[in-house]
Design a protein around this ligand. Sequence first.
Ligand code: FES
Length: 179
Amino acid sequence: MTLAVAVSPQVSVEGTVQEVIYKKALPKVIVLETAGRLLWIKLKKSLRQELHPHPRVGDRLRIYGDRCCKGSDRAYYCKAHHLEFLAVKQPSGSVAVPRCKVLICQKSSCCRRGAKQLWQELQQEAIAQELPICLKATGCLGECKRGPAVVVLPLKKRVTHANAEQIKALVQQQATLNG
Ligand code: FES
């Protein structure tokens, strides 16, 4: 006998943030304007916790999620499990692409070697010091015994036994290159 399992359709949508609703200091809902429509998008808990930077009004995002079915969370367009910053709003009102993407392996070997703490440390420092970075969890980078393993883009720099100071130095190096 085969069991039928209901699977929500996957969607991806691109647009500009109009509003961010917080719960317990984490973004819970994003209102996204796309092609003249306002979409209410609920962030999955796992995404809320790993998100950095937090989206702000005016940022352009691409959001991936499970389409909400009628009857449950009807008001929401989708439940997002991943999002990508296409452009972030600057204080001047202009938009710019984030300068550094920091991929941090979040698989078990790296987590045992401090990858989660590294993530939290960088997240806190990025908020406190307004570092132009976007943290992203990634799968195994093939450096399991030398974790935490990190890749910093666009420098394409791979760091093993990574710590926050090394990553900050690379981000600053990239910022210098960008002028
Ligand atoms: S588990 Fe992190 S590199 Fe393999």
